[in-house]
Write a protein that binds this ligand. Sequence first.
Ligand code: SF4
Length: 185
Amino acid sequence: MTAKDYTAEYQTATLPSADYVASFCDPVRISGYCRECPSFGKMWACPPLSFDARARSACYERVLLVGTKITPCRPMTFDDGEGFVAAERLAIERRLLALESMCGGWALLFSGKCLHCAEACSRAAGGTCRHPEMVRPSLEACGFDIEKTVREIFGVTLRWSKDNMMPEYLFMVSGLFFNGDDVVW
Ligand code: SF4
């Protein structure tokens, strides 16, 4: 796969974290969806979390949301697109973790399979995370409604896959809670 196989576009929005929590955080409903996922309780970035995400987000004044739209350049299966989606995820995660480290914030990354271990996640076997410096929960894991975030904040309608084919585009959301000066993406 090469960059010619897809395009990636980014949108950002910064808003008061209290407003984002009040309008977009619905942990009871969202955790109901997470419970249906096979990864529930089996990866460290997935729920159930060991802390109260709403209380933790309240420690920060604002949140930077980063929307990533990945558009395949031709019809392809998820297996075909797996490599470039993973590469985009990892690049954005690295950038958010660098910003987190720089401003003392709290990054929330992507849902889906953790990309940092080739072997099975240690959580199911009762171990500790092998790469805690790189692993953060997703916004969904913290109870945020991503469909509503995509629609109301980024003005985008999510597209869904069928028969293992990638949809017209994927739209993923990650974020950084922070205090102090504006964070420039
Ligand atoms: S880095 Fe490894 S141990 Fe940690 S959550 Fe990811 S798969 Fe699990």
